[in-house]
Design a protein around this ligand. Sequence first.
Ligand SMILES: NC(=O)C1=CN([C@@H]2O[C@H](COP(=O)(O)OP(=O)(O)OC[C@H]3O[C@@H](n4cnc5c(N)ncnc54)[C@H](OP(=O)(O)O)[C@@H]3O)[C@@H](O)[C@H]2O)[C@@H](O)CC1
Ligand SMILES: Nc1ncnc2c1ncn2[C@@H]1O[C@H](COP(=O)(O)OP(=O)(O)O)[C@@H](O)[C@H]1O
Ligand SMILES: [K+]
Length: 494
Amino acid sequence: MKIFSTSQIKQLDQYTIEHEPISSIDLMERATDKLFHQFIGRYSQLQPVCIIAGQGNNGGDALALGRKLLHAGYTASVVLINPTTLSPDCETNKQRLLDEFPTALNILQQQFVAPAISDDTVIIDGLFGSGLSRPLTGIFAETVHWINQTGCEVVAIDIPSGLQGEENSTDNKLPIVKATITYTLQFPKLAFLLPENADFVGKWEIIDIGIHPKAIEQTTSDYSYLVEEDIRNQIKKRSKFSHKGSFGHALIIAGNNGMAGASVLTAKAALRSGAGLVTVFGPECNRIIVQTAIPEAIFKTTLTATVNYNAIAIGPGIGTQAESAEILKDILSQINKSCILDADALNIISQQNDLLKLVPEGSIITPHPKEFDRLFGISDSTCQRISKAQENAKKYKIYIILKGAHSLIATPSGRLIFNSTGNPGMSTAGSGDVLTGILAGLLAQGYSTEETATTSVFLHGRAGDIALERESEESLIASDIIGCLGKAYKSLKE
Ligand SMILES: NC(=O)C1=CN([C@@H]2O[C@H](COP(=O)(O)OP(=O)(O)OC[C@H]3O[C@@H](n4cnc5c(N)ncnc54)[C@H](OP(=O)(O)O)[C@@H]3O)[C@@H](O)[C@H]2O)[C@@H](O)CC1
Ligand SMILES: Nc1ncnc2c1ncn2[C@@H]1O[C@H](COP(=O)(O)OP(=O)(O)O)[C@@H](O)[C@H]1O
Ligand SMILES: [K+]
């Protein structure tokens, strides 16, 4: 699913209006019908509603939604913040509301006067949406401060008011609505995927308002959001006459004294994601542990003929000592096909930056933000880190998986793909090792590097989500993710 900038969204709206064709006010009516249905699915008529509308089309949406809720029997009051002029569609919806429910609307022009509401009121925020062009001041800022201090649930229309759709200032004292839930129109906004904005956006759901499919197809964007339909068709079918050789041999270089778990988790995840054969390379002290924990895996303490492996993953728990650095250097100088680099392999590279040039084109590296900063320098914001990921993925012709709540895959062609699966229960030791194992398992099976990166990240998060059906966010551990890989695959085949 593509992610567009707010200025592109404006053009897409316009294209829909001209080519569907549909009038702008009818498009607003259609959007607010969808918003209405989403809202009544969550909140009953027993819940009082206070709607805050601004002067643009976001305000128009809010006024139309208010009218629909009043029609449906909700107890709703509407406050229109109107110091200057209204957009034409906002004006039309103001009139429509006044015609039908003249007492429901309160218009404030100069100073914000707090409406009298009960504690259980749901506030609908329709002050500003994608048309925000600068930080809020005056009556708008006062309104936002009031909304945020009520302690009420807040439903934001499209974007929490005061938040820009893309990059935002890092000044967290700016007036921005803190929404409980954001019903965003048609497309996710980049700002929703950045950890800095989590307090503002809350949960978010996409409302399909029927933007013209041709406009979506024709408009390009570097950014996209990885959803199930992108992954489903990538899952390879197994032939009846297949044998273990059909699914490749993965080499996992992981673990050290006291870190045997890293190799166990990585190798197990590689096997559970479908590799035909898995060999673990590690120190002698890990032999019994690994062979007992995963009898299906081969264990080696010497590295020979790396060409025989279909996928090589190196890094989890290897440490950054000279011996590990030598092994990494050897591997990188020997191989000429994509490999997977994680954890300590990345930490070693950040200490010897010239090693980055040895990483074969098309390889996948999987830093979490700290590892990323060690590799590419400290960033002040997630946006800056994203730009650096894009720049370096292009420069080194590699896939960079910047791990997080919405892990980002930066591709050598400059695309930026955000993952949609996963949950905070996955913030637990070894969860990254599991991802590395899945990547190795898929690469070994012959998935292209890009398919490997996208499918693995999606499956990893999906398995974590399935694990959460049985575990809590606190109790979930990395092994649970591996245990749910089967169900994750099945969920994509249903
Ligand atoms: N287009 C469509 O067909 C559809 C659109 N839809 C809805 O429309 C929303 C976008 O509407 P919008 O473009 O009117 O923007 P919105 O955020 O309501 O207001 C912008 C106005 O505020 C002004 N302004 C900006 N910043 C300001 C500030 N800090 N302080 C004060 N003023 C400020 C700015 O004026 P400026 O001064 O920047 O020229 C402009 O006049 C979108 O989020 C969705 O909800 C849906 O109905 C589906 C169909
Ligand atoms: N809040 C979260 N939501 C979704 N996924 C998460 C969350 N926290 C962590 N993860 C995922 O879990 C993994 C953690 O990796 P990493 O930090 O390397 O852990 P470790 O080093 O302990 O193995 C990443 O794939 C990341 O995307
Ligand atoms: K809003």
